[in-house]
Ligand binder design. Structure first.
Ligand code: 5CA
Length: 157
């Protein structure tokens, strides 16, 4: 998935976001894995969750803290249609990312994105960088902006 990491790095550069992609040499597939490898709290890990619109099949990106659950009813409201979890195959085909490495930025095709307001309360967050052992850190407001995400209250503890 070197191509995916490169896309993340390019998207960051294009957005004026200075990041250093770190290959951890161990799994960062889950928020818990990533927190352990980054030496940070799980709530400072950004989960990049992809859901699919049941009406038109479009994919949507929801960014939430590793310690929070997406409020799927609220997410569906924002998407304007019911949502279901997208199949890993569809995620890979349409975003260029494999599950466990789905990043907030660097999409092959733009998709509507929403970020939980709670993320903005952390001084620094970590997110996947396109592979299952690759992460980067950023200030949450800059990351949300680079992702083109609309800030909303989309998650609960
Ligand atoms: N690299 C870490 C954090 S830096 C990461 O990608 N975490 S994540 O939470 O954004 O991605 C894992 C998420 O992928 C899970 O929370 C889950 O929502 C989703 N996922 C895992 N397995 C599947 C699956 N089989 N189908 C669809 N989604 C899945």
């Amino acid at each position: 998935m070197a191509g995916s990491i490169e896309r993340v790095a390019q998207a960051a550069a294009a957005a004026g976001l200075v990041i250093e992609v770190r290959r951890m040499g161990a799994s960062t597939r889950t928020a818990e894995d990533a927190a352990r490898e980054c030496g940070c709290a799980v709530d400072q890990i950004v989960k990049s969750l992809i859901f699919e619109g049941e009406e038109d099949g479009r994919l949507f990106l929801f960014l939430v803290s590793g310690s929070r659950r997406l409020d799927t009813a609220r997410a569906a409201q924002l998407a304007g249609q019911p949502l279901k979890r997208a199949e890993p195959r569809k995620i890979r085909d349409e975003t260029g990312f494999a599950i466990g490495g789905v990043s907030p930025i660097g999409y092959e095709r733009p998709l509507a994105a929403f970020a939980d307001r709670n993320l903005l309360g952390y001084p620094q967050v970590w997110a996947a960088a396109g592979a299952h052992d690759a992460v980067f850190s950023a200030a949450p407001d800059a990351l949300v902006k680079a992702a083109g995400a609309t800030v909303a209250d989309i998650a609960a503890e």
